[in-house]
Design a protein around this ligand. Structure first.
Ligand code: AMP
Ligand code: MG
Length: 416
């Protein structure tokens, strides 16, 4: 393969094309309901019973027949009490009421519940109903939400908090979910020292392993940090081979044009298929994407922001696909640019920016940033402003797009 750069869109398509090959064949596992939160559902879940399973009172009050209270206020005879969890054996006849609690089954014969606030309990066991009640009032009929056999959750989506509630209600104690892919993270470079160490002349601390670890976790996969590889063939070879034991291998550094950038030679030596080795983007140009059997390999640029951006664009789709999610979806938002932006690279640019929801439209403000090594500028951002390759200038007030990677900023001062 030549050394020409691929357009970002073409590079994404190359990744997505590989993702299609695994569609429908991703490994699954059964986990407990609690463990399933945040995992991607791999089975269709249907209801084992009507919901509600019985006519349910939605209030504390009295079950009655509406024809008895047309001319309320009216006094009726209270013949008993129904607690939640009970079913009354008595048929409610005209002139009678039964006291009922929220969540209890409405007795046969009753067609409404008057809330306790609209009644007056007499000492002699009689109840005065103060207002007329509509038929069906304060009753959720059996099966009014869903019927037995109806689909409650479809596969291919992450199980949300409310999803867990649906699973519990439908009796799913064990849930089939897609397996979390294991992602090996391999930092490379003779200059790298561990976070506990004090760098000596020319050395720096390895930070990419940590940002990648976070990105992998956020994507729902399981990160595995490998021991940093030195810039020599034997060490790199050994560590890359170790990385191939995982589903995905992310190598950071060693993919530029330097004399000791040996990642590609090692990939080639192992006989992997290289799909691209350079993308026309800033930051993140020297990104390598390769596959080998059912393994996925990425050579990510060493500069911290380059690695970060390349992950968001090219690794994310693979981790989504491996978890049974639609690979192509990206959290792109549109909003109003808050300053002018000049971009001279001629490549697609992804510039750290802060996106917040103001009074109406989203606002997108690029952060002050000194380029692909500057994590201190970028740490203030929650998104990447997308500057298309053909644009050399974006103007304040223009509608632009940004790729969100952290929570949106909210400027609503707690107002609803
Ligand atoms: P390279 O592609 O190996 O030439 O790396 C490009 C730049 O990124 C160099 O300044 C490296 O020191 C830096 N770099 C590479 N790996 C890491 C890492 N794991 N953490 C922080 N910086 C790194
Ligand atoms: Mg290096």
């Amino acid at each position: 393969m030549g050394s020409s750069s691929l357009a970002v869109q073409s590079a994404r398509e190359a990744v997505l094309q590989q993702c299609q090959r695994i569609a429908g064949n991703q490994p699954v596992e059964r986990v407990t309901l609690l463990e399933s939160l945040g995992r991607v559902l791999a089975e269709e879940v249907s209801l084992d019973s009507d919901q509600p399973p019985f006519a349910r009172s939605m209030r504390d009050g009295f079950a009655l027949r509406t024809e008895d209270v047309q001319s309320a206020p009216v006094v009726l005879r209270c013949i008993g009490e129904i607690k939640a969890g009970e079913m009354s054996a008595t048929f409610l006849r005209s002139g009678e009421v039964m006291q009922i609690m929220t969540g209890a089954a409405v007795p046969e014969g009753a067609n409404a519940v008057v809330m306790v606030e609209n009644t007056d309990r007499r000492s002699d066991g009689q109840v005065q109903v103060l207002k007329p009640v509509r038929a069906g009032e304060n009753i959720a009929p059996k099966g009014s939400e869903r019927r037995a056999g109806d689909t409650a959750l479809r596969p291919g989506r992450r199980i949300s908090t409310l999803g867990a509630s649906v699973l519990a209600t439908t009796g799913k104690a064990g849930v089939l979910v897609y397996r979390r892919p294991v992602v090996a993270i391999l930092a490379t470079g003779d200059e790298l020292v561990a976070v506990e160490e004090v760098p000596k002349g020319g050395q720096i601390r390895n930070s990419n392993s940590f940002s990648l670890y976070g990105q992998v976790l956020k994507s729902g996969a399981t990160p595995l940090i490998l021991e940093t590889a030195k810039d020599n063939l034997p060490d790199l070879r050994r560590q890359v081979q170790r990385g191939l034991e995982s589903d995905v291998l992310l190598v950071s550094g060693g993919v530029s044009m330097g004399k000791y950038d040996l990642v590609e030679p090692v990939f080639e030596e192992l006989g992997v298929t290289i799909h691209f080795e350079s993308v026309s983007m800033r930051p993140g140009k020297p990104t390598v994407f390769a596959t080998w059997k059912d393994r996925w390999l990425f050579g990510l640029p060493g500069n911290p922001l380059s690695t970060f951006v390349a992950f968001e664009l090219f690794v994310t789709p693979v981790l989504r696909a491996l978890q049974g999610l639609p690979a192509a979806d990206l959290p792109v938002v549109r909003g109003q640019l808050q300053t002018d932006v000049v971009e001279r690279s001629g490549r697609s640019a992804f510039l750290p920016a802060y996106v917040s929801s103001g009074s109406g439209m989203l606002e997108i403000l690029p952060v002050t940033w000194k380029g692909s090594a500057d994590i201190f500028g970028a740490v203030e951002s929650n998104a990447l402003l997308i500057v298309p390759a053909q644009a050399s200038r974006l103007t304040r007030g223009e509608t632009v797009e940004a790729l969100l990677f952290e929570e949106l900023g909210y400027a609503n001062e707690g107002r609803l």
